[in-house]
Design a protein around this ligand. Structure first.
Ligand code: MN
Ligand code: MN
Length: 469
């Protein structure tokens, strides 16, 4: 027994450490540089469609080829599967026999936002509005009085689809939802936060002037007609075309550094495109280095924020169909491949916020700059709806990350009874695939301006690369 108490403490106790303690100056410089690439990509990828497009371009440039179910594949192939332009899979086929399982990283590329209703246009007392139906969990008051941009597609009567983007280019006008002035908000201020901003009040100001025909009186729906006339000129669409449109309002503008030291990135849609981008970069890196033995599938899902339903959500059969198609290619039963496959459910974690400490239990909360966060379980109350992975699988990924010198931490969402939430983990594990949650801690999650640490972002990238190798 020769340990001093200090040595004993260092040997036996666990303490989270930040990248400022664990990484070198040059490693920290890599983190800063990586974040610049991420910011540029995020600004060009504000919807699941845009993220799919930009990622296909990046994958194509790196030599990844389109894959269709049933295609012949061989070790060394680099592929991607595009599911309806909203859900994407990047695949590297390894040397290791597929019966030993595949490795999956599954993130999502949809984010909370304000979708336009299918009959969105109305005019009230000289102002033309879009009616909206929010998508995902938002705190509604956060979406008023900020510049909004319109993104999406419109499929016209002739079956052609036109892309719409308004409010992002320099000089573009933006759109906005108004709010009351505090002087006259006495009544509104007495209401509960959950009731003060009804969903039906999230109407977006689009236009405030009517079509003008010199000498003629302004018509009843002159403002609405003015909007339609401008949209028709730019996109060739008519009001009925909104019926077959997916248009969405998102925060306008670009991602920026936050804090004098620039260690935070502020912007829209970190949840969960920070995990999408880092896992994309991870598979690109291991593909470029030809440094992978097993087969990897990096999935970018849609519809996570609304429950993972729908053809492009993680409950869709497509991921299992891809596994089955790859298995069949090698003459192996898909159930065997699934039983030995493992998955990282890559989704953001709630970062502890000293300004709002109440709902957190700090010891088990994700701390900014302490690395990518692993969650053994999600769910609410008594772990309801949880994937709750096994100690053995936590131990397995723990070893992978430690061996690769990844800075990581373990966390859960908040205090036991404070609330709850889930990820796509359960929809993957129910297919007999060991799955664990891991992601970048986020401050102000689901707000129009979420914050993440550049260090945690980079460690997510390192973790995904270590897992895919
Ligand atoms: Mn998420
Ligand atoms: Mn979310």
């Amino acid at each position: 027994m020769s340990d001093t108490i200090k040595e004993l403490s260092e040997r036996l106790t666990y303490k989270k450490k930040s990248v400022f303690e664990k990484k070198t100056e040059s490693e920290r410089a890599d983190m800063m540089a990586f974040a610049e690439d991420y910011k540029a990509w995020l600004d060009a990828s504000k919807t699941e469609r845009e993220a799919t497009d930009t990622m296909i371009e990046i994958l194509g440039n790196a030599g990844f080829k389109p894959y269709a179910l049933g295609d012949k594949v061989k070790a060394g192939d680099k592929l991607y599967y595009n599911n309806r332009g909203k859900n994407l899979f990047a695949i590297t086929v390894g040397e290791e026999p597929i019966e030993n399982g595949v490795r999956i990283c599954a993130s999502h590329i949809d984010s909370p936002r304000l979708d336009l209703k299918q009959i969105p246009l109305f005019e009230k007392e000289g102002i033309g509005y879009f009616k909206t139906h929010y998508y995902g969990g938002i705190r509604k008051y956060q979406w008023a009085t900020i510049p909004l941009a319109l993104h999406g597609v419109v499929t016209k009567a002739d079956g052609t689809t036109v892309k719409v983007t308004i409010g992002e280019d320099a000089g573009d006008p933006v759109l906005c939802i108004s709010d009351l002035l505090p002087h006259l908000a006495m009544e509104q201020s007495q209401k509960k936060l959950s009731e003060a901003f009804p969903g039906e009040s999230l109407n977006i100001i689009v236009c405030t002037s009517p079509v003008i025909d010199e000498g003629e009186p302004v018509t009843d729906e002159g403002v609405k007609l003015n909007i339609l006339s401008m949209l028709n000129e730019k996109y060739g669409i008519i009001e009925e075309d909104f019926l077959s449109a997916e248009l969405t309002a998102v925060p306008a503008g670009k991602t920026v550094d936050v804090g004098l030291d620039r260690w935070l990135v502020g912007g829209y849609g970190h949840d969960d495109r920070c995990c999408a981008y880092t896992s994309l970069r991870a598979i690109l890196k291991i593909a470029e280095e030809k440094n992978f033995t097993h087969t990897n599938i990096v999935a970018f899902a849609d519809k996570e924020e609304t429950g993972s339903n729908g053809v492009s959500g993680m409950k869709s059969a497509i991921l299992m169909d891809i596994i089955a198609s790859l298995a069949q290619n090698f003459g192996v039963d898909a159930s065997v491949v699934r039983s030995r496959s493992i998955c990282l459910s890559a989704d953001v974690a709630a970062a502890y916020d000293p300004n709002y400490p109440e709902p957190f239990e700090k010891k088990n909360a994700a701390i900014l700059h302490c690395g990518v966060s692993v969650c053994k379980f999600t769910g609410s109350r008594g772990k309801s709806g949880t994937n709750d992975t096994s100690a053995e699988y936590v131990g397995f990924v723990r070893k992978i990350f430690d061996d690769a010198n990844v800075v990581w931490q373990l966390s859960e969402l908040g205090k036991v009874d404070a609330g709850g939430g889930g990820t796509v983990a359960m929809y993957i594990s129910e297919n007999n695939i060991d799955t664990i949650d891991i992601g970048v801690p986020v401050v102000s999650m689901h707000s129009p301006f979420e914050l993440i640490s550049k260090a945690d972002l980079y460690e997510a990238y390192e973790a995904f690369a270590a897992f895919c190798r």
